[in-house]
Design a protein around this ligand. Structure first.
Ligand SMILES: [Zn+2]
Length: 213
C-alpha cells in the first residue's frame, strides 16, 4: 500500500509538496469527539464522503490525511497492485495538494496585504482543477490511459449492479455500490445523488430482523 502512495506522490511536482510536513494514512475514520473540528463532526454525523483532508498551521506545517482504507475498498483485489490503484489514490491525494496550493497562494497574498478576509468559495473548485491537471498528466502515459479505461468500466459495473440491487429492494447493497462508483468518478454527480437516495431508503426501510420464509 505504501509504495503505491509513494508512486502517487511521484506524480505531484516536488515544489507543490513543499510545506507538507506530514502525510498520514488511516484505515478508517475515527468517531468524532468533543474536541474534533466542526466539519469533521458534521461529516461523521451525515456520513459524508471523507477520503482525505488537508490541515495547515503554517505554510511549512501542513498535513494531509488519506482515508486509504475507504479508498482501497473501492478497488477490487485484482487491481490493487496495478496503475488502476495508483490512479485512484492520486485522485484524492492531488485534490488535497490542490488545497495546499490554495493555502500557500493565499498566504503569499496575505503577506503582501492584498487578501480580503472572507473565505474563498472557489477553493474546492481550485483543488478539483489541480487534481484534474495531475490526472491529465498521468493519462499521457499509455498504461495510465488503460488504467483510466478500467476505472471507467469499474464505475459502470458498480453503477449497473447498484441499479439491480435498487430494483430488488436491496438498498443497503445499492448504496454501498453507488458509494464506490462515486468515489471512482467524483465528477459524475448522478452517482453521488443515487448513493444518497439509496441511503435514504435504507434509513426509512430498516432491514427486517428475520429473513422470513
Ligand atoms: Zn476539498
Amino acid at each position: 500500500m505504501l509504495w503505491q502512495v509513494r508512486r502517487s506522490i511521484g506524480w505531484i511536482f516536488p515544489a507543490d509538496l513543499e510545506g507538507i510536513s506530514s502525510l498520514k494514512l488511516i484505515d478508517e475514520l475515527a468517531p468524532a469527539r468533543e474536541t474534533s473540528e466542526a466539519w469533521y463532526k458534521k461529516a461523521q454525523k451525515n456520513d459524508y464522503f471523507v477520503l482525505g483532508w488537508y490541515k495547515a498551521k503554517a505554510p511549512t506545517e501542513a498535513a494531509i490525511t488519506l482515508n486509504i482504507g475507504d479508498i482501497y475498498k473501492c478497488i477490487p483485489v485484482i487491481y490493487r497492485r496495478t496503475p488502476v490503484a495508483t490512479l485512484i489514490i492520486t485522485q484524492t491525494l492531488a485534490h488535497e495538494v490542490g488545497h495546499h496550493m490554495s493555502y500557500k497562494k493565499g498566504y503569499a497574498v496575505a503577506l503582501t496585504g492584498r487578501l480580503e478576509k472572507k473565505p474563498d468559495r472557489d477553493e474546492e473548485a481550485r483543488a478539483e482543477s489541480y487534481a484534474l491537471a495531475v490526472m491529465t498528466r498521468m493519462r499521457r502515459r499509455w498504461h495510465y490511459r488503460l488504467a483510466a479505461l478500467a476505472v471507467n468500466d469499474l464505475t459502470q459495473w458498480y453503477d449497473v449492479q447498484a441499479l439491480l440491487d435498487w430494483r430488488a429492494g436491496k438498498y443497503k447493497d445499492a448504496a454501498r455500490k453507488w458509494y464506490k462508483a462515486a468515489v471512482l468518478d467524483p465528477y459524475d454527480r448522478r452517482l453521488a445523488t443515487c448513493y444518497w437516495r439509496a441511503k435514504e431508503m435504507c434509513d426509512s426501510n430498516p432491514p427486517a430482523l428475520t429473513n422470513g420464509t
